[in-house]
Ligand binder design. Structure first.
Ligand SMILES: NC(=O)c1ccc[n+]([C@@H]2O[C@H](COP(=O)([O-])OP(=O)(O)OC[C@H]3O[C@@H](n4cnc5c(N)ncnc54)[C@H](OP(=O)(O)O)[C@@H]3O)[C@@H](O)[C@H]2O)c1
Length: 298
């Protein structure tokens, strides 16, 4: 299968590229900027806002499926430049939809649990989006474009965790680095998610790309938990002193935009569509992702 991966240099895209190294698929990975490293799937610089370049790159490669990860993916960055976020998250998605509608190429679009306002959890795959922040609004608009084409799939991604493999540390890396140097860290005890590790998310996305399914799929992890519980369980598995970890509450940090309190997703389709990739517990995922750091059991 011929796959184009957008956002190939991001947190999740880097894991997807790694997973595809030993596959039989032919991959072209796009990034806004070229690679600084030496990955076997080097990034081709394609700016999604440059529609002429996007079209000619699609025509040249003629993919069977586009795995569309590129986005302005942080609510704070979206808020800092909403016009740019709409250009990338909505207009950049529209140009891919237009090409897929004509060519029959499949489009797998990574959306987010933040299309939900967090007041009506748990959310099933047929729940209606009602975003509470601008990031969620851009992704919700992207979802509508994708679901309007016959070959479109929307994959709602939850909070992802795991060590970064790209050149930008995530909340997870920052937190572990701070804890490793004895710095106390606070996490929300009343913000609930269904977190999933990056490696499993990448494997499931590849499995979904290989399927012929369309419509909406939730990629929630196997358990609902607060950020505080997530990081306590990660710390415990890694032998980090749990006393360094404390809780705070959403109301302690009123922001410009509301943070959805509970975006728990019910993920009914994924185990049927990709049966060979189970979703691990936090402890199992940490063991897979940090084999060199584990403390002996018992
Ligand atoms: N990580 C999560 O917890 C999470 C949760 C829910 C949903 N998602 C969704 O999953 C997808 C991947 O997330 P991620 O965490 O991997 O995001 P990320 O690390 O921010 O990566 C996004 C990538 O998009 C690229 N990009 C931005 N603007 C572009 C443009 N104009 N043209 C081409 N590429 C552009 C960026 O390239 P540069 O690096 O060159 O800027 C970046 O590598 C996103 O669609 C996100 O909304 C992620």
């Amino acid at each position: 299968m011929r796959i184009i991966l957008t956002g190939g240099g991001g947190q999740l895209g880097t894991y997807v590229r790694d997973e595809l190294i030993n596959s039989s698929h032919t991959l072209e990975a796009w990034g806004r900027s070229p690679d600084s490293g030496t990955h076997p799937f080097a990034l081709r610089p394609v700016d999604l806002c440059d529609h002429a370049t996007v079209r000619s790159a699609l025509e040249a490669f003629r993919p069977d499926v586009i795995l569309h990860l590129a986005a302005i993916s942080k609510p704070a960055l979206v808020l800092a430049d909403p016009a740019e976020a709409w250009r990338v998250n909505v207009e950049g998605t529209r140009i891919l939809c237009d090409w897929c509608r004509v060519s029959g190429c499949r489009l797998v679009f990574t959306s987010t649990d933040m299309v939900f306002d967090g007041n009506h959890a748990p959310y099933r795959e047929d729940a209606q989006p009602a975003p509470a922040n601008e990031y969620g609004r851009t992704k919700g608009q992207g979802e509508q474009l994708v679901l309007a084409i016959p070959t479109g799939m929307v994959v709602r991604i939850p909070l992802l965790y795991g060590p970064t493999r790209c050149n930008r540390p995530s909340f997870y890396d920052h937190s572990l680095n701070a804890l490793d140097t004895g710095q106390r860290q606070l996490f929300f005890e009343d913000e609930y998610r269904t977190p999933l590790d990056l490696q499993t998310a990448a494997r499931l996305l590849i499995g979904l790309s290989e399927s012929q399914a369309v419509g909406t799929v939730h990629l929630g992890g196997p358990e609902r938990m607060s950020r505080l519980e997530l990081m306590k369980r990660v710390a415990r598995k890694l032998g980090i002193d749990e006393r360094l970890i404390g809780g705070n509450r959403l109301n302690d940090h009123p922001g410009i935009e509301p943070r959805p309190a509970d975006t728990t997703m019910i993920s009914e389709r994924i185990s049927e569509l990709v049966p060979g990739v189970p979703r691990p517990t936090v402890e199992q995922a940490v063991a897979q992702m940090h084999p060199q750091r584990l403390i002996p059991e018992g």
